[in-house]
Design a protein around this ligand. Sequence first.
Ligand SMILES: *Cc1c(COP(=O)(O)O)cnc(C)c1O
Length: 398
Amino acid sequence: MKLNENYLDLKESYLFSEVAKRVNAFQGENPDKSIIRLGIGDVTLPLGGEVIKAMHGAVDEMGNADTFKGYGPEQGYDFLRNAIKDHYARNGVELDADEIFVSDGAKSDTGNITDLFSKDNTVLIPDPVYPVYVDTNTMNGRNIVYINGTAENDFLPMPDKSIHADIIYICSPNNPTGACYNKAQLEEWVAYALENDAVILFDAAYESFIEDKNLPRSIFEIEGAKKCAVEFCSLSKTAGFTGTRCGYTVVPKAIKAVSANGTEMCLNKMWLRRQTTKFNGVPYIVQRAAAAVFGEEGMKEARAMIAHYKENAKIIADTMEECGVRYFGGINSPYIWFECPFGMESWEFFDFMLHKIGVVGTPGAGFGKNGNNYFRLTAFNSKENTIEAMQRFKSMFA
Ligand SMILES: *Cc1c(COP(=O)(O)O)cnc(C)c1O
C-alpha cells in the first residue's frame, strides 16, 4: 500500500483544535473563570418554527407506509431545487433547476469539487481565507498561488493580470475578514477568469448577511459568470443549519472545457456524475426543513436570526471604534476582523486576551500569513455575552 503523501504537506493541526486545546488548558488551570467564546463560526440560535414544523411533518411522512421515502434523487428533490431556483429568481438570477445541486453543506462541496479538475492546474487562493480551499487542494497535490488580502486593499485582493490561474477561489462576504466584493470588483474577476479560461469557485456561504442592496449576493449577478463560475451556498449561517446539514451548489451548464483528445466536457454533467456516484443525497426530512426556509414565513424567521447576529456584530464593531482598533467587516458579515492591539501577533494576542479577560477569539494566523497580526471575532454568541465580552475587551485598554 502507498498512501497519499500529499497529506504530509498539510499543516499539523487544524486551527480550531489548537484553539480548543489552549482554551481547555486554561479552563483546567482556572476552573472558576467564566469564558466567553467569540471564536468558532457556529450559530447559536435554534431552528425557526417554520423549519421545525416542516421537519415534524416530514418525520410523520417517514413513519407512514404511504408517504415513506427511501433513496431520493442524489442531487436533491425537485421541491427544494425549485424553491432555490425561485429564490434566485427573486434576486434577479435565472437558473435552471438542474443547475442546482442540493448537498450536505458547502464545506463538502467546496472540497469535493476538486475531483473534477486535473492535478495540473494553478489554483489561486486569497490569503487570508477559510482554510478548506488550501487543505483540499493540498490533499490533491495542486500548485497553489496566493493573492494577498491586506489592509491596503481592504482585504479584497484583485486579479493580477501577470499571473495565470486556472481555478480561482473567492469567498464573499469573506470568512474571516468580513470583506465583501462590490459589483465592479466581481466584474473584474469574471473578466479575468474568462481571459484565462479559468473557473471561479465562489463561496457565498454568507450571502444572506449582505444588507447593502448594491452589493451582489450571487456571482451570477455578474454578466458572463455563468460561463466561468460555480457558486456554493449553505443554510448553515443563513438559517442555523450547521448541525442539520444542508447546502446547495450551482454548476451552470454553460461551463465547458475541451479534453486533450478534443472531447467537449461539461462541468454540470461531471458534477452530476460525481454526486450520483459518491453521494446518496440529503435526508428527505432535512430537505423539507430546507424548503421551509425559502417560504415567506421561513425567510422572515431567517432574516430575524441574521438581524440578531448583526446586532451583535455592531456591538463588537462599535467597541473597536471606541478602543481605536482598526477593524474590517461586521456590516455585511457576522465577522469582525481587527488588527491585534499592543503590537502583538495573533496567537500572542489570543493567549493574552484569554488569560486577561477570558474571551476567546480566532487568531488571524490560522487563515493565512496575512492574518498574522489580525484577529477574528464572531457575532454568533448571545447579545448578553457579546455585551459582557466587549465590556471586558474595553477593560484591556483602561
Ligand atoms: C461555514 C462556512 C462554510 C460551511 O458551510 P457548511 O454548509 O456548514 O458546510 C462554507 N464556507 C465558508 C466560508 C464558511 O464560513
